[in-house]
Design a protein around this ligand. Structure first.
Ligand code: BES
Ligand code: MN
Ligand code: ZN
Length: 533
């Protein structure tokens, strides 16, 4: 008797449950009601913490020199502040921070003293560092209301407004945490309410500055959240849904081009990158109309949105490959900049374009040697499927010609070679247009989110020559970040263009692994300067 083999029970296709979706971290709150504020009170002698304020952050200088706010704190604590400075000779130096409990008075705030070195040499850089240190101390104290007076220490080259903006941004950045993918949200406690100190005469400037800083900080937060989300959640479709949510919140125009529409436009370079993935590629377009003249030429930001980069058939080595979830940080940064610009209601027209795909190996993936036709009509020999960023960007860069842009800036985690050249300090800045390059360079300097200009000499273009197509997608080992930029340059002849390679600056590796939110501060500064006041 032969037993009929048992038919295996049809297994349900396993459905790997994705972790819960990212809930945005609640940003710290700011309030600015000089004299009547819940946290700060303006007196004839200057702003002081109000009743019910838990913590006050004030500046101290080298050699026991007290800032005006620290002098008032010294009176409030009956000399404890000056004593602390006397006892600790290091306090006052940049990088120093000390908590002083006000034992002189019941119900009085705890003082956080932060060092700023020498008053007449104060820079925005040291102010940012001190603000970060103050925030770390504040976190440990878990207060509800914080009086913050460091913004009253205005560097020579800065203004009340700019200083308030930098401090508000730094505070917002400091309270960022990502726990969307953890079962238990350890950082669930709402961040404290901050109030920046001001006088009656600086109130308007501090209010404006704080609103700017808060908007940029919130934009960075969106950029970090998107970057930190894993590839199984943050897919091309997730980026499209995020853009649609932004459009709804800020009344922006939005369009998401699917495979069919991109095919009709001839975007075969972009499509070739996404074709081996089960997540379909998209082209996302977001439009903000803030200029008085709705016909005014827009600034266009294009962000690389590779939601995961395995390298494709030119597969990347396994070690550290998880970090290729960050290959959509260009996209995240232009979306974050859009959020900041819309929040600030900037008077300019801004368009954000995100080509997005997942770069996977499979039976139908592109192979080294394949030739594709880009939307521009130029053909590309794909010698390395891991040089995919430029393949999606080139079609997006051709697409944006239709907007007659005032300027186009693309942002991309484009090359490991850029990290070799500039490390994790400066973003790579490429542009044939000196004015645009200087504009972006200066924006980076002002926003403490710096870039360094790289060359685009004609000679480098030689390296992209192909025997079989109009160009190859790689230029060999020498000057890898430059030849990548040269590739993009071939698609940007119709307008003023710059390229930012953020491979080294978009995220941190190691123990503090996480998205940095860069270059949102630089781009926000750039569009703010372009906007009519
Ligand atoms: N996304 C990577 C670039 C990258 C690598 C960014 C490491 C940050 C860290 C990009 O798609 C890529 O793989 N570039 C190749 C280009 C090469 C094949 C010419 C690279 O940099 O190795
Ligand atoms: Mn790659
Ligand atoms: Zn990539």
């Amino acid at each position: 008797m032969t037993a009929t083999p048992a038919t295996p029970k049809a297994k349900k296709p396993s459905s790997p449950r994705a972790a819960k979706k990212a809930a945005p971290t609640p940003p710290p709150m700011f309030s600015f009601k000089a004299g009547t504020g819940a946290v700060a009170k303006v007196t004839a002698g200057g702003p002081v913490p109000a009743k019910g304020c838990d913590v006050a952050a004030v500046a101290v200088y080298k050699n026991g020199e007290l800032s005006a706010a620290a002098k008032r704190a010294d009176i409030d604590t009956e000399g404890l502040v000056a004593n602390a400075c006397k006892a600790d000779k290091n306090l006052g130096n940049s990088g120093s921070c000390r908590v002083v409990f006000n034992t002189a008075k019941a119900g009085a705030p705890v003082y956080v003293l932060v060092g700023l070195d020498e008053a007449d040499k104060l820079s925005i850089k040291s102010l940012r560092k001190a603000t970060g240190l103050a925030c770390d101390a504040v976190k440990g104290l878990k207060p509800a209301k914080v009086f913050f007076a460091l913004n009253q220490e205005v560097p020579k080259k800065s203004t009340d407004k700019e200083t308030a903006a930098l401090c508000a941004r730094t505070i917002t950045e400091s309270f960022y945490s990502f726990s969307a993918c953890k079962k238990q949200d350890d950082d669930a406690a709402a961040p404290p309410a901050f109030e920046l100190a001001c006088t009656k005469s600086t109130l308007a400037a501090v209010e404006k500055g704080a609103a700017i800083g808060h908007a940029i900080g919130n934009g960075m937060q969106l950029t970090k959240d998107l970057g930190n989300l894993p590839g199984n959640i943050c897919t091309p479709n997730y980026l499209a849904e995020t853009a649609k949510a932004l459009a709804k919140q800020y009344k922006l125009g939005v369009e998401v081009l699917d495979h069919k529409k991109m095919e009709a436009l001839g975007m075969f370079s972009l499509l070739s990158v996404g074709k081996a993935s089960s997540e379909p590629p998209k082209l996302i377009v977001l439009k903000y109309n803030g200029a008085k003249d709705s016909k005014e030429a827009p600034v266009v930001l294009v962000g690389k949105g590779i939601t995961f980069d395995t390298g494709g058939i030119s597969l990347k080595p396994g070690e550290g490959m998880d970090e290729m979830k960050y290959d959509m940080c260009g996209a995240a940064s232009v979306l974050g900049t859009m959020k900041a610009a819309a929040e600030m209601k900037l008077a300019l027209n801004l368009i954000v374009v995100v080509p997005t795909a997942e770069n996977m190996p499979a039976g139908n993936a592109s192979k080294p040697g394949d030739v594709v036709v880009s939307m521009s009509g130029q053909t590309i020999e794909i010698l390395n499927t891991d040089a995919e960023g430029r393949l999606i960007l080139c079609d997006a860069l051709t697409y944006v010609e239709r907007f007659n842009p005032a300027a186009v800036v693309d942002v991309a985690t484009l090359t490991g070679a850029c990290i070799v050249a500039l490390g994790h300090v400066n973003t790579g800045l490429f542009s044939p247009d000196d004015d645009l390059a200087n504009e972006l360079f200066n924006a980076g300097q002002n926003a403490l989110d710096t870039a360094w200009r790289m060359p685009l000499d004609e000679e480098y273009h030689e390296q992209l020559k192909s025997n079989f197509a109009d160009m190859a997608n790689i230029g060999g080992p020498p000057a890898g970040s430059v030849t990548a930029a040269c590739f993009l340059q071939k698609y940007t002849k119709a307008y003023s263009w710059a390229h930012l390679d953020i491979a080294g600056t978009a995220w941190h590796s190691g123990k503090a692994k996480g998205a940095s939110g860069r270059p949102v501060p630089m781009l926000a500064e750039f569009v703010m300067k372009r906007a009519k006041a």
